[in-house]
Design a protein around this ligand. Structure first.
Ligand SMILES: C[S@@+](CC[C@H](N)C(=O)[O-])C[C@H]1O[C@@H](n2cnc3c(N)ncnc32)[C@H](O)[C@@H]1O
Length: 328
């Protein structure tokens, strides 16, 4: 039977005598190599971003666990996973309605799975709070929105899930049109409710949900000129089949394309954690070769890559790598 190991909760000890570190403003500057705005600093000071590195024994046992899991069948990405996404976002949709349209109800359940080992600065870390990843996400949303979305009229998230990133951008860089595209019908329903029912944090914010199949994007769907195109963990699901989506993106008049994805190119065959990540990504048929493809197009003068950076990862892979490009 296939097992899905997204929910890989750690049982390593959380004890105050251990050597806890806390991500601060300078850590985020180092991670992103972007300005960390005051709004992000407020969050950094408020949220528990404590972590520690693993002991040698913990690290060994963690690697052993991963090796064992890599020998098992894993769920691979692709069209057969639509039902899983639909079910997950359907749960968020119901929570959103039940909570009278509280944005907090939109946080995907994979951010609520408890303490999981993560990857930072080339090593494993144990977060102190079970919400560490969600806390990191809140800071990330502010840094990314300030860096790339402040001056665009509209933001399009392709593979938006329950729309939590778009609602966050609506608070951080308000007064725009926020479009969420996904093949799960619950995603559009959530965004349309955010537009029509929820109390908006800013009266001019507009939210729209649309259907898309990222494998076959509709060339008749046009994004607004000078807008931003954003993907976060959705191109991950395309394996090597990213060319139709790229061709669609390239044909659009967006001013910036921001991806946070598990880019395979950040792995080195000589680094243990990278090799483990690579084996995992291959087994799950995750995005493969997209950055190299963008680099080739850059060489031929078609586009310019303005950012490429490994940010943070989960137990199994460096899922959050930032790549930003624009037309030449
Ligand atoms: C890991 S989730 C990421 C959701 C959201 N971007 C986030 O940051 O949490 C991947 C999303 O991509 C969507 N997706 C995957 N393959 C797709 C496809 N071929 N067409 C449209 N959406 C797809 C899924 O429905 C899901 O919402």
């Amino acid at each position: 039977m296939e097992r899905h190991h997204q929910h890989f909760v750690s049982n390593f000890g959380i004890d105050n005598s251990q050597d806890w570190k806390y991500l601060d403003k300078s850590d985020f500057e180092r991670i992103f190599a972007l300005e960390v705005p005051d709004e992000a600093v407020v969050l950094i000071n408020q949220l528990d971003l404590g972590y520690r590195f693993l002991t040698r024994e913990e690290r060994d046992s963690q690697i052993l666990k991963i090796l064992r899991i890599l020998d098992e069948p894993l769920v691979s990405s692709g069209p057969k996973r639509l039902e899983t996404w639909e079910k997950g976002w359907g749960q968020n949709l119901q929570d959103y309605i039940d909570s009278n349209y509280d944005e907090a109800a939109l946080l995907p359940y994979y951010y609520r799975r408890g303490q999981t080992i993560m990857r930072l600065w080339g090593d494993y870390i144990l977060p102190r709070s079970p919400r560490f990843e969600a806390h990191f996400l809140s800071v990330l949303q502010v840094i990314i929105a300030h860096a790339y979305f402040r001056h665009v009229p509209s933001i399009y998230e392709f593979g938006c899930g329950p729309g939590h990133n778009l609602l966050a951008f609506g608070r951080i860089v308000p007064g725009k049109i926020y479009h969420g595209l996904d093949w799960a019908s619950a995603s559009s329903k959530i965004l349309n409710l955010a537009d029509s029912r929820a109390n908006k944090t800013h009266s001019e914010n507009r939210f729209h949900g649309h259907f898309i199949d990222l494998f076959h994007p509709d060339p008749e769907f046009h994004v607004d000129p000078e807008s931003a195109i954003f993907t976060f963990g959705s191109m991950e699901q395309l394996g090597t089949d990213f060319e139709p989506l790229f061709n669609y993106f390239y044909s659009q008049p967006a001013s910036v394309y921001v991806h946070i994805e598990p880019f395979s190119e950040f792995s080195s065959g000589d680094v243990l954690l990278d090799v483990l990540a690579d084996r995992y990504a291959k087994k799950r048929n995750y995005l493969d070769g997209y950055l190299m493809y963008l680099e080739k197009l850059q060489e031929s003068g078609m586009l310019k890559i303005i950012k490429r950076r490994k940010l943070i990862g989960s137990t199994f892979n460096d899922g959050w790598c930032l790549v930003v490009w624009h037309h030449c």
